[in-house]
Design a protein. Structure first.
Length: 403
């Protein structure tokens, strides 16, 4: 039966070619669209990690929920021991401390409300590979009074690298303090809203202005993003009784989770559309091929073969077609993905973002396997429908087709 089905597939070359073309088109479409969506997830995630949050953040329990309003209530004193413990974990590349504050930045004529961070310049430079410096430079370890401005803050105050400014903020005791600073650089991240309010100063300068040596968060950078959840679980177990909580970059950025869900739903609809297209295209060509062979099937049944034998033969033929077409589609899709990725697809900035990016096609095993399965299943169902119809034609009527 298998040999006969395979011979029939290659005997009807025109119909086979038409059917294979429909299957290949559908499988390639699924691989390219799925790889494009996965690239969006990958690049968005890496942009969030390497411009703002890092892979993990450790803070006092309650800081992520309440700390943005009163960060001074969630300060960790003497964080060096904790940083050393985290740095000793496998897969950790950088560990850095941050302190959060809010205040006003004044250029001598007007001021803007800001959300600031005191950072350690050198490890932050290693982490912030997706942070674009649009003017000036990054902070250095010897920049005691340097400041980096988000692009939106710099535009609002018309500040450029080298310009002086005054930072007005509160100490942890509630007193008002000022810090004279000089603009070192202007940065741009994926988030337009963040750039409109964010500034960064060296950690030592923030400590001086706040009159406190504490930090709010320990930011952890990993060698591999896919290790995030494993290391987060390990850290949570170690810090469970110390009044500290561990947050992953996904938990810190609900925008990413919402974006993933949105694109997953869109890709699911696209998969259904492609499935329907393949099903209809294959059904049309398979029906034409099968009903041209009604006399052949009538002869088989006249020689003693049962209806189920005809049904099985046609179904096996379409399974062969599905496997062959889906296999060709996978190969063509992978080749096209490599070619498109080598060239790149220039993309405009996403909503609420400033930075465009170059999209590529990711070759994800689950997407490739899913496309292959869709191609085979769509072809098989189309063939089963045609096989069921032709197997029910009476033998006499089938034999008349040969006259």
């Amino acid at each position: 039966m298998l040999t006969l089905a395979l011979r029939n597939v290659f005997r009807h070359r025109v119909r086979t070619t038409i059917t294979l073309a429909a299957i290949v088109f559908g499988v390639v479409g699924l691989i390219l669209s799925g790889g494009f969506v996965q690239d969006i997830f990958l690049q968005l995630g890496e942009a969030i990690i390497h411009s703002q949050s890092g892979h993990l953040q450790v803070a006092k329990t309650g800081f992520q929920a309440e700390g943005t309003r009163k960060p001074d209530l969630y300060l960790m004193q003497n964080p060096e021991r904790l940083k050393a413990r985290i740095a000793a974990l496998p897969g950790v590349t950088e560990v850095m401390a941050r302190v959060s504050f809010s205040g006003l930045l004044n250029n001598g004529r007007s001021d803007v409300a800001i959300i600031g961070e005191g950072i350690e310049p050198e490890p932050e430079a290693q982490l912030g590979t997706y942070m674009k410096i649009v003017a000036g430079r990054r902070l250095a370890a010897n920049d005691l009074n340097g400041i980096m401005l988000g692009q939106g803050v710099a535009q609002a105050l018309k500040l450029r690298p080298g310009d002086p400014a005054t930072l007005v903020m509160s100490t942890t005791t509630g007193a008002t303090n000022t810090l004279d600073v000089e603009v070192a650089g202007v940065f741009q991240t994926f988030s337009k809203d963040y750039d409109a309010h964010a500034i960064r100063v060296p950690l030592a300068a923030a400590h001086e202005a706040m009159d406190n040596q504490g930090v709010n968060t320990i930011v952890v950078s990993l060698a591999q993003t896919h290790d995030t959840h494993d290391i987060a679980t390990l850290l949570r177990a170690q810090l469970a009784n110390e009044g500290l909580e561990v947050w992953t970059w996904e938990e810190l950025n609900d925008f990413y989770d919402k974006t993933v869900k949105l694109y997953d739903q869109q890709f699911g609809v696209l998969r259904l559309i492609v499935l329907a297209m393949v099903l209809l295209s294959v059904a049309n060509s398979v029906n034409m091929s099968v009903f041209e062979r009604v006399a052949e099937f009538g002869t088989m049944r006249a020689l003693g073969n049962r209806s189920r034998t005809v049904f099985l033969l046609v179904t096996i033929e379409t399974v062969f077609l599905g496997v062959i077409g889906a296999s060709i589609g996978v190969i063509v899709g992978m080749v096209l993905a490599f070619a498109i990725s080598a060239i790149g697809i220039p993309m405009p900035p996403p909503p609420h973002a400033d930075l465009g990016y170059t999209a590529r096609i990711q070759l994800v095993p689950s997407v490739i396997f899913g496309a292959f399965v869709v191609g085979v299943i769509a072809t098989t169902f189309a063939g089963m429908f045609a096989a069921l119809r032709v197997s029910k034609i009476p033998v006499v009527h089938a034999l008349r087709q040969a006259i």
